[in-house]
Design a protein around this ligand. Structure first.
Ligand SMILES: Nc1nc2c(c(=O)[nH]1)N[C@H]1C(S)=C(S)[C@@H](COP(=O)(O)OP(=O)(O)OC[C@H]3O[C@@H](n4cnc5c(=O)[nH]c(N)nc54)[C@H](O)[C@@H]3O)O[C@H]1N2
Ligand SMILES: Nc1nc2c(c(=O)[nH]1)N[C@H]1C(S)=C(S)[C@@H](COP(=O)(O)OP(=O)(O)OC[C@H]3O[C@@H](n4cnc5c(=O)[nH]c(N)nc54)[C@H](O)[C@@H]3O)O[C@H]1N2
Ligand SMILES: [Mo]
Length: 676
C-alpha cells in the first residue's frame, strides 16, 4: 500500500501499481482502511472494567497500571498450584504480519510456560490433507492461472476472497479459458463463472472420486505420469471403478450423472487445467480428506506437467522464515498443554485435560464473534474467576468481556514483515504515521510485560527490525534456505516487494519429485495407513447432514453455511460504517422450496437456530442456494445486530477429520418466521 501524508496525517491510501502481483489493486474493504485508522471508535487508552463483565463499562487507566496489573495477575497464576498453563494466549489473523503476528508474543508465552494455542480455526484440515498427498503445500503459481485453459474454483469464492487471483482467471477467460465453480451457493464467483455446479454440502471428495472414475474409465488419464510419479495408481483405479460409480456419486452429491461426466471429461481434455481449491469445503467434518482427495486429480491427468496446470491451496509454506529463532518454541517446557483454538468453549469451561484456564490474553482476534459455539464461549468469558486481557484496535464483542483492554496500532502505525498465502513476494511494512493516541503495537506490549516478569533482556530487547532480520536468516546466513537467499531487510526496504528465489515459470512437479517420503504423489499414503486412516482417497461424509444424522436433520433440516461477507474481512471492518451499511443487515439466503412451507417471504425477519443457539436475520428468498442449504454472510459483530447474536451461535466445536480444523459449515439448523 502507498500512503500519502499531509502534515503527518494519512490522507490517501492506494495499492502500489509496481507490485508485480497486486498491480495496485486494493480490495473493496482495504480501500477504506483510512476509515478504520481514523475511526472515532478507535481504542485510545488502556481501560479497566468497572461494571459487571460484558456490560461494557470501563475507566481509563495508564499503561503503567495496566501492564503492572497484567504482570501481577500472570505471576500469581504462574505461582499457584494450577501453574502457568492456566494462562491461555488467543490470537489469529488480525494482522498476518510475521512480527506483529507471531514473534515476541510466541517467545513471551513460551518463556512464561503458558498453554500453547493450536491455531486451527482456518486452514489446518487442508494443510494436513494436502500434505499427505503432496508432501508440502506447494502448488500452482497464482499468476499461472492467467494461462490456464480450464479453471475450477472449488469451494473458493475467488472473486471476493482472493480478487488478485480472480484478475488472472479473468485474463485466462479473455484468452478463451472456461471458468467453473463448484459451490452449493451461488456466490459472486459462481455468478461470474461459465459453469456453476451446486453439489450437496460436504460431498466434494465424492465428486472428485467420481471424476476420477470417468477419467480412468474413458482412458483420459495421463498413464505415463501415473506410472512415473505416483504411488498407488492401481489401488485407486480399482477403488473408483468399484466404489465410486456415476450412480453412487450422483446420489451422494445430488448432481446429475451427466454433469459429473462432462466435468471430468472437460477437465481431463482442456489442457492446461488448474484447480483453485480453498477453504469453503474444508469447514466440514470430512474437509481434510476432501482436500487430500481433490489434490490427487492433477496427478491423474498429468496437469502438473504444465506451468498453468495443477492445484493451488496456499503459497504460505514456500516462505521458510527462521521461525525457530524468531519464536523460540524451545523455551516452552516439554509436555506443555496444547489447546485447539476451535475448542475455546471447552477450554473456558474446564472441559479439556490440564489445569483450568484462569487467564486469557486475546490479541489479533475477536473470538466472541468468530469462534464456534458462541453462547458457550461468551458464558466462559463471563466467568468471575477468569482474568481477560484484550489487545485491540476497537471495542469488539470480545473486548466487552475484558478486565483490561489495551489499545493497538494499525498497519499504518507499526513495522512488519509480510509473507503471503496467495503470492510469492516477501515485503516489509514501514510505518507511515505515528501511533494514534496511546496505541502500542503487539511486540511493544510483550517487551514491557517481559520486563515486568523479569524475563531475559536479550530475548525481548531486539527491535522489530532486528526481529525481521532474524526471520530472514541474517543472523544465521549459512543456514538460509535457497528460496530466501539474498532477501534481506535492507533490500526489502530499498526495493519493495521481492519475489522468492523461484523459477520464473514455476512448475513444481513437472518431473514429479514430490516432497513426500516416496518422492511421488501419494495416491496411496503409507503415512495415512500408519495413522489408522484410509490410505486411499475417500469420501468422508459431513457430521451433520440428512444422511449422516437423520434424527438431528428431522429437527434441523437445513444446512447453514456462514462464509465471509464481501464487505467484511472476517469480523474486521464491521466497525466501518460505510462497509456495514453496504452489507445492510444480517441476512440468510434460503431457497423458495424451503421458504414457502415455512411462510417465509423475501425480506421477512427469521430466526435461525439449533440446540446450540439462535440468531436473527433478514430472509433473502431465491435460487442462490441449493434446496436444503441456507447461507448467512458473516461475520457480524453481535453488538451491531438486533438480537446481539451472529451465525456462530449455531456453529459447533467438532473438529475436522484431519488437522483439528474448524467445521463451521457442517451445521444443521432450522429457520422460522419471527411473528411479532
Ligand atoms: N461462522 C464463521 N466463523 C468463522 C469463519 C467463517 O467463515 N464463518 N471464518 C474463520 C476464519 S477463516 C478465520 S481466519 C477466523 C478469523 O478470526 P480472527 O483472526 O479473530 O479475525 P478477525 O475477525 O478479523 O479479528 C481480528 C481482530 O484483530 C484486530 N487486530 C488487527 N490488527 C491488530 C494488531 O496489530 N494488534 C492487535 N492486538 N489486534 C489487531 C482487529 O481489530 C480484529 O478485531 O474466523 C473464523 N470464523
Ligand atoms: N472479502 C474477504 N476476503 C477474504 C476474507 C474475508 O473475510 N473477506 N477472509 C480471508 C480468509 S481468513 C480466508 S480463510 C479466505 C476464505 O476464502 P474462501 O476459501 O473463498 O472461503 P469461503 O468464502 O468461506 O468459502 C468459499 C465458498 O465455499 C463454499 N462452500 C461451503 N461449503 C462447501 C462445500 O461443502 N463444498 C463446496 N464445494 N463449497 C462449499 C461457500 O459457499 C463459499 O462460497 O478468504 C480470505 N479473504
Ligand atoms: Mo481464514
Amino acid at each position: 500500500m502507498l500512503v500519502t501524508l499531509d502534515d503527518g496525517k494519512a490522507v490517501r491510501i492506494r495499492g502500489n501499481p509496481e507490485h508485480p502481483f497486486t498491480r495496485g489493486f486494493l480490495c473493496h474493504k482495504v480501500t477504506r482502511y483510512l476509515e478504520r485508522v481514523y475511526h472515532p471508535g478507535r481504542l485510545q487508552f488502556p481501560l479497566r472494567r468497572i461494571g459487571p463483565r460484558g456490560a461494557g463499562q470501563f475507566e481509563r487507566i495508564s499503561w503503567e497500571t495496566a501492564l503492572d496489573e497484567i504482570a501481577t495477575r500472570f505471576q500469581q497464576i504462574a505461582a499457584s498450584p494450577e501453574g502457568p498453563q492456566a494462562i491461555l494466549p488467543y490470537s489469529y489473523c488480525g494482522t498476518m504480519g510475521r512480527i506483529q503476528g507471531e514473534s515476541l508474543d510466541r517467545r513471551f508465552f513460551h518463556r512464561l510456560g503458558a498453554s500453547q494455542l493450536d491455531r486451527t480455526i482456518c486452514a489446518t484440515a487442508g494443510v494436513v490433507g494436502y500434505t499427505y498427498t503432496m508432501g508440502a503445500r506447494i502448488g500452482t503459481a497464482p499468476e499461472a492461472f492467467g494461462e490456464s485453459r480450464y479453471i475450477i474454483n472449488w469451494g473458493s469464492n475467488t472473486a471476493v476472497t482472493n480478487m488478485h487471483l480472480w484478475v488472472h482467471m479473468h485474463e485466462a477467460r479473455k484468452r478463451g479459458a472456461k471458468i467453473v465453480t463448484i459451490d452449493p451457493y451461488r456466490c459472486r464467483t459462481a455468478e461470474r463463472s461459465d459453469w456453476h455446479l451446486m453439489p450437496r454440502v460436504g460431498t466434494d471428495a465424492a465428486l472428485a472420486l467420481g471424476m476420477m472414475h470417468v477419467i480412468l474409465r474413458d482412458g483420459l488419464a495421463d498413464e505415463d505420469y501415473l506410472r512415473d510419479h505416483t504411488v498407488g495408481a492401481e489401488a485407486l483405479r480399482e477403488r473408483v471403478a468399484k466404489e465410486y460409480t456415476l450412480d453412487r456419486v450422483s446420489r451422494i452429491t445430488g448432481l446429475p450423472a451427466g454433469d459429473i461426466e462432462r466435468l471430468a471429461q472437460e477437465y481431463a481434455t482442456q489442457s492446461p487445467a488448474a484447480i483453485r481449491v480453498n477453504y469453503g469445503l474444508q469447514r466440514h467434518y470430512g474437509g481434510g480428506m476432501a482436500i487430500r482427495t481433490i489434490t490427487c486429480l492433477p496427478a491423474v491427468i498429468g496437469s502438473w506437467r504444465h506451468h498453468a496446470g495443477g492445484v493451488l491451496l496456499s503459497t504460505s509454506s514456500l516462505f521458510p522464515l527462521n521461525n525457530a529463532a524468531l519464536q523460540r518454541p524451545d523455551l516452552s517446557p516439554p509436555g506443555t498443554r496444547i489447546v485447539n483454538m476451535n475448542q475455546l468453549a471447552e477450554a473456558l469451561h474446564g472441559e479439556l485435560p490440564g489445569p483450568p484456564v484462569k487467564a486469557i490474553y486475546v490479541y489479533n482476534s475477536n473470538p466472541a464473534a468468530v469462534a464456534p459455539d458462541q453462547r458457550r464461549v461468551i458464558a466462559g468469558l463471563k466467568r468471575d474467576d477468569l482474568f481477560v486481557v484484550v489487545h485491540e484496535q476497537f471495542q469488539t464483542d470480545t473486548a466487552d468481556y475484558a478486565d483490561i483492554v489495551l489499545p493497538a496500532t494499525t498497519q499504518l502505525e507499526h513495522f512488519d514483515l509480510h509473507t503471503a498465502y496467495g503470492h510469492h513476494f516477501v515485503q516489509v511494512n514501514e510505518p507511515a504515521i505515528a501511533p494514534l493516541a496511546e496505541a502500542r503495537c503487539n511486540t511493544q506490549v510483550f517487551r514491557e510485560l517481559a520486563e515486568r516478569l523479569g524475563f531475559e533482556r536479550e530475548l525481548f530487547s531486539p527491535s522489530d527490525a532486528d526481529l525481521a532480520r532474524v526471520a530472514l536468516w541474517e543472523t544465521e546466513p549459512d543456514r538460509c534456505p535457497e528460496l530466501l537467499r539474498g532477501i534481506t531487510l535492507g533490500r526489502l526496504i530499498a526495493e519493495g516487494p521481492v519475489r522468492l528465489n523461484l523459477a520464473e515459470r514455476f512448475t513444481p512437479f513437472a518431473n514429479g519429485k514430490f516432497p513426500t517420503p516416496s518422492g511421488k504423489c501419494e495416491l496411496y499414503s503409507e503415512r495415512m495407513a500408519r495413522a489408522g486412516l484410509d490410505p486411499l482417497p475417500t469420501y468422508t461424509p459431513p457430521a451433520e447432514s440428512m444422511d449422516s444424522a437423520p434424527e438431528l436433520a428431522a429437527r434441523f433440516p437445513l444446512q447453514l453455511i456462514s462464509p465471509p461477507s464481501p464487505h467484511f474481512l472476517n469480523s474486521t471492518f464491521v466497525e466501518v460504517d460505510s462497509l456495514r451499511e453496504a452489507a445492510g443487515a444480517p441476512e440468510v439466503e434460503i431457497h423458495p422450496h424451503d421458504a414457502e412451507p415455512r411462510g417465509i417471504a423475501d425480506g421477512a425477519m427469521v430466526a435461525v437456530f439449533n440446540d446450540r443457539g439462535r440468531f436473527e436475520a433478514v430472509a433473502r428468498v431465491g435460487a442462490t442456494v441449493r434446496p436444503g442449504v441456507t447461507v448467512a454472510p458473516s461475520i457480524w459483530w453481535s453488538k451491531f445486530t438486533q438480537d446481539r447474536a451472529n451465525a456462530n451461535c449455531t456453529t459447533n466445536t467438532r473438529l475436522s477429520d484431519l488437522g483439528g480444523g474448524a467445521t463451521f459449515f457442517d451445521n444443521l439448523v432450522e429457520v422460522e418466521l419471527i411473528t411479532r
